[in-house]
Ligand binder design. Sequence first.
Ligand code: ADP
Ligand code: MG
Length: 273
Amino acid sequence: MQPTLTVAAEDGRPVAPAAPPAEAALVLRGLTVSYGESAAVFSVDATFPAGAMSAIVGPNGAGKSTLLKAALGVVPRVSGEVTVFGTPLASARDRIAYVPQRASVDWDFPTRVRDVVEMGLYREAGLFGRLSGARARRVAQCLDRVGMADFADRQIGQLSGGQQQRVFLARALAQEAELYLLDEPFAGVDAATERAIVEVLAALRSEGRSIVAVHHDLATVRDYFDHVLLLNVRRVAEGPVATAFTAETLEAAYGGRLSTSHVGEILPAGGRA
Ligand code: ADP
Ligand code: MG
């Protein structure tokens, strides 16, 4: 299958089809990742559907970030397979955009906001290489989409946490990817930024793109996501949120770390199927 990046709108801006591909966005088969003796992710099977918003949920140290990095190929797998839109990861890397956990980025690095977003265009040198005006317009469009158009010339380190997260989302938008992998996109951001990011992700989904996000806030899983993987080194549960995100699966993933009243808040009104 041809990447949809080859399709371009009038202004040279590549567009993705409104209908998601028939193949699952991301399939993991027997994925095991280890940093040393013990496995951080052990024998995980998961199928994240195309054109949907999927969450990866689990306690601290459950291997959520590791699983995303293995899905990107930036940490090596001990064993297992990663398939992206039905093709091996190696031939699908340019269909994936990644937004790392904000805490993992060195924000003292002196870079302007527009330069961070422009990094997202690196794959499209052929399309934009000599068209610096077109590049600048694309950067401005992506910043506008996340409400950061007025910050293009600011140093990234001078922004608030929420603003930095929006800029990283703008960089991912510039990539025009089909699969967006985000690591805790709402961690440490203000409520307005959270709403803005949710809106952008919902718009991506309505364009037929696929989103897989590590998510730490159990209270919003049902509102934001279609599909969920509960992870605690191993797969605890996976499927549509309505069936996979229950009191039983939360208990299995978190053990004694969630109180009964906490689960009641997360799964109100009959959610405890
Ligand atoms: P989560 O994102 O669910 O909090 P991580 O994927 O970050 O979990 O980490 C899973 C486990 O792997 C943890 O025990 C963590 O300490 C360990 N780990 C993560 N990254 C590294 C690394 N670069 N080197 C060694 N151990 C790591
Ligand atoms: Mg993490």
